[in-house]
Unconditional design. Sequence first.
Length: 179
Amino acid sequence: MTIICGTGHRPNKLVAASTNGYSNQVLTRLIDCATVYLERRQPSRVISGGALGWDTALAIAAIRLEIPIIVAVPFQDFPDKWQQQDQKRFYKILNKATDWVLVDEESNYKYIVPGTTSKTYHISKLQKRNMWMVDNSDRIVALHNGTPGGTNNCLVYNANTKRLPVDNMWSNWVKYNGF
């Protein structure tokens, strides 16, 4: 029984400069990549950080494959600055998740009130979420191009603490998308 958490880049690092940006087509390819990985690994549970990009794709793939999923939400108004369709997708994922945790409160909540106006963002809360995911997993699936940022910070935390096995899907992503 293996619990896999995912960490990966946001849309701005997932598409080549020549493309028109992050689209539904890119999200579909991310979901396909995550699906192939999850079918091969057959985890008992998946933990997603809920962010745009790889986190979203991993969550959707797990839900479609009927793998129990926990969404680790870093703070209550996490998706509030996203585009409306991305916010709707986030709340749909939460509704279909087996469970989710609001890491900022260190408690398990059963709902988040959409559209809250509290100003709770702080970059340290994203790292706290990453640490919670690593601390509650057996393996990591990453989509990491080697650049600095939250994904790298998550992997560095793992390397300095738990040293979980990491499967980095970046070379598969680049090859599949012709970068």
